[in-house]
Design a protein around this ligand. Structure first.
Ligand SMILES: *Cc1c(COP(=O)(O)O)cnc(C)c1O
Length: 405
């Protein structure tokens, strides 16, 4: 069966719009992907026909809303191959999921305990650990990468000591596209008695994720980067760990029994879901997962890879253009600079031509420092992007190079 990109594009009404009089070319998918009609329809349908608070009501609407959210939880479990829905926690997104781990699992660590991060982490996988370090005296160590953006695994191994308790690493870098060897990193962490938390924000829409195959103890991702609604995400955690961890936030839904003499917690996963969740978005995550599965994650990955190769080849013919991130097997994210042109100016000129890219430090300032730059321009592809869009992009880059360099 061939890949019908036009049929896919027809599912995304936004792709028909113009920007500055030009057809939109949306290459900012690593920041957020667009949303297909089936997901928006599901949200609409909930608001129009079944909206009721979950897990509380005996009435029909509440039961329907609860069932929809729990079906989505089961869908997410299957999607990442977790053992049980007890291990699937709905969050606001990757950021909240990582804060949950840093705060709750982090509270079990002692002063002088060590955690290992990498130089290519997103700020949301750095700052929560720094907050923990300043509260509790935990020590942070950082794995370096080479000029291609490949992590130095020898350095990684050498960072372990008798005090190492946790590793937290991006599955796929949002700047370089590097796909990190998380299964191997997990094995090494486990050999040293440490747990591993994987930031999957850039992975889940581009490759098949199997949390048990990886050996991940925690795995975090956001719905809005995988064709789903905003403000919804998942934290997977291994049951034994989640059971030993204290609640992250207190409130409704997460309790067993409340009294001023002492309160008990709800069972997993509800212990970590205080307050009314975004149950509309949580339910719609299922539509996004099923949408990707109908196309096929492998088919999406192959399509994106072809665009990546085609775009990379074309970009390298643009005078003065340098690509940051050349790891073998990288995902469809291309960070670049042209000559001495400022990334911001390049982004503005591309926008004039209808092309949406991201510019700046991409929430990865330590990585920018590693490469001795302040920021890059980043193009990132999704299931609905085309070779024709890449052609327009390369033509636009030539104009930028002629104007700015
Ligand atoms: C986007 C992103 C995050 C943060 O995700 P939110 O949806 O903003 O919470 C974390 N890590 C990586 C690698 C990302 O790309």
């Amino acid at each position: 069966m061939s890949y019908d990109v036009n049929a896919i594009r027809a599912d995304f009404p936004i792709l028909d719009r113009k920007v500055n009089g030009k057809p939109l070319v949306y290459f900012d998918n690593a920041a957020t992907s667009q949303t297909p009609r089936c997901v928006v329809d599901d949200i609409d349908d909930t608001y129009y026909h079944t909206k009721a608070n979950v897990h509380r009501g005996v009435h029909t609407l509440s039961q329907e809303a609860t069932a929809a959210m729990e079906e989505s939880r089961e869908c997410a479990r299957r999607f990442i191959n977790a053992a049980s829905t007890d291990e699937i926690i709905f969050t606001r997104g990757t950021t909240e999921a990582l804060n949950l781990v840093a705060s709750s699992y982090g509270s079990l660590l002692s002063p002088g305990d060590e955690i290992i991060l990498t130089v290519m982490e997103h700020h949301s996988n750095i700052v929560p650990w720094q907050l923990l370090a300043s509260r509790s005296g935990v020590v942070i160590k950082v794995v370096p990468c080479d000029d291609r953006g490949v992590l130095d695994l020898d350095a990684y191994r050498s960072l372990f000591t008798g005090r190492t308790r946790l590793v937290s690493v991006a599955h796929v870098s949002n700047v370089l596209g590097t796909v990190n060897p998380v299964a191997e990193m997990a094995r090494i962490a486990h050999e040293h008695g440490a747990v591993i938390c994987v930031d999957g924000a850039q992975a889940v829409s581009h490759l098949k994720v199997d949390v048990r195959g990886i050996g991940a103890d925690f795995y975090a991702f956001s719905s809005h980067k995988m064709y789903g609604p905003t403000a919804t995400g998942i934290l997977y955690g291994r049951r034994e760990l989640l059971e030993a961890m204290p609640p992250y936030q207190g409130g409704g839904e997460m309790i067993g029994h409340v009294s001023f003499g002492g309160t008990t917690w709800a069972d997993l996963p509800y212990k970590f879901e205080a307050g009314t969740p975004d149950f509309v978005g949580a339910a719609a995550l299922k539509e996004a997962i099923e949408y990707m599965e109908r196309i096929g994650i492998d088919a999406i990955a192959a399509h994106e890879h072809e665009l990546l190769e085609y775009a990379t080849e074309g970009m390298l013919t643009v005078p003065g253009l340098r690509i940051y991130g050349t790891a073998p097997g990288k995902a469809a994210v291309i960070s670049f600079l042209i000559g001495t042109a400022h990334h911001y100016d390049t982004g503005i000129l591309l926008d004039q031509l209808g092309i949406a890219v991201r510019t700046g430090h991409h929430c990865a300032q330590p990585l920018m420092e590693r490469f001795g730059i302040e920021g890059t321009v980043r193009a990132s592809f999704a299931a609905y992007n085309t070779r024709e869009e890449v052609d327009s992009f390369i033509a636009a880059l030539r104009r930028v190079a002629a104007m700015l360099v």
